[in-house]
Design a protein around this ligand. Sequence first.
Ligand code: ATP
Ligand code: MG
Length: 446
Amino acid sequence: MIINIPVDVEKIINRLEERGFEAYAVGGCIRDSLMDSKPNDWDICTSAQPEQVINCFEDYHVIETGVKHGTVTVRLNGQSYEITTYRIDGEYLDNRRPENVQFVNSIQEDLARRDFTMNAMAYNSGKGLVDYYKGCNDLKDGIIRCVGKADERFKEDALRIIRALRFASVFGFTIEKETSESIHHNKNLIKNIAKERINVELCKLLSGKGVKEILKNYSDILSVMIPEIKPMIGFQQNNPHHKYDVWEHTIAAVENSVSEPIIRLAVLLHDIGKPECYTCDGRGIGHFYSHGEFGAKIAEKILRDLKFDNQTISDVCQLIKYHDADISENSKFIKKWLNKIGIVQFERLLLVKQADVMGQSDYLKEKKLKTLANIQSTMSKILEEKQCFTLKQLAVNGNDLIKIGIHDGKIIGEILNWLLEQVMENQLENKKDTLIIAAKKIIIEL
Ligand code: ATP
Ligand code: MG
């Protein structure tokens, strides 16, 4: 088995070996290389102690990143490489971080502390692949398996639970039985994990090609990460538009959505308001009036709690708020939407609505999808033709109105908005002369 290691990584490994130490590329980079995908970064492990690593690279820019934990960063051609001394982790007291680490001499011990067999492989061109825990086989079979006893590994560090789901989703892998059972068993430990870490893993998990299986089989874990999800699971909709319960519908919608974080988050949470908005009419049909608006409020709390940035929170919540809004195919209304939420958000809203429909029953499905496609093409035409839907695009501005003798700022604003409305409704052409005449006329009427 030959892995193409970048020249600079090879250089670092050679330098350490020349000085009498062992060194390997290790972890994610080996996993990714064996899957023919490009690693994000190349980590190196070595038998050299941190001080010895620093000495080996005295002619390089060295950053003493985490010497206490054995990590030294070496800069080479604008890239950073983390070199970590073989180590085993000390006792874990908070289900997250070891209290201390202990440096060891053998790579086998170092690999034993790593989370999954596919992440516990090392390689250098002299020795080839070092794979004590059969990671290569598991990788070939698409299996995520803890190194050692799953229960112990998840109790040491509960972040591994979410990492397992993330890798399974991103690679479309299955989680091996003992590992999977242990994940369910130990799920409450993830309450100890920093929200920022959950945030990162959740976004990666949602974007993965195996997201459907994970949301389906590990909804209990998702419910620990986001307790507000729980009421959706098994919640019957009793409505001809739906053939699934709220959670099953959510999964189908996520699966059918564009793999982009804002979209996937919005789709995941789009119906979070449904359980609390449920009413049943005299014919036994279920309704969820205002669930978009209500759901947006719940989502805001969830996303804030998970430390998402303000822009993401506001974009996602706006999509949730309007996901169920009726959008007419008429270009005049489409321009009003573009004015209200902007081009990017309107395009996203159409994608969220499309995903939503894809997760519904077949009742009127084709018609709903056709309407969305028509809206999309009308929007493209509006944008292509640079049709006016913002004050910025209007052929007159405040100064033009001042010139014709209107000085009250509030009235200027009102007139500009009125003119914009007339232009969007195709009542007036977006031409300066036309708009000035209309403004003069309206001022007389006022
Ligand atoms: P990616 O970089 O694609 O997110 P990765 O597996 O490389 O995935 P890193 O966080 O870069 O993840 O970690 C590098 C290596 O360190 C892993 O491959 C694994 O061997 C080990 N590792 C990372 N996090 C843990 C953990 N929580 N428990 C045990 N080992 C871990
Ligand atoms: Mg990595």
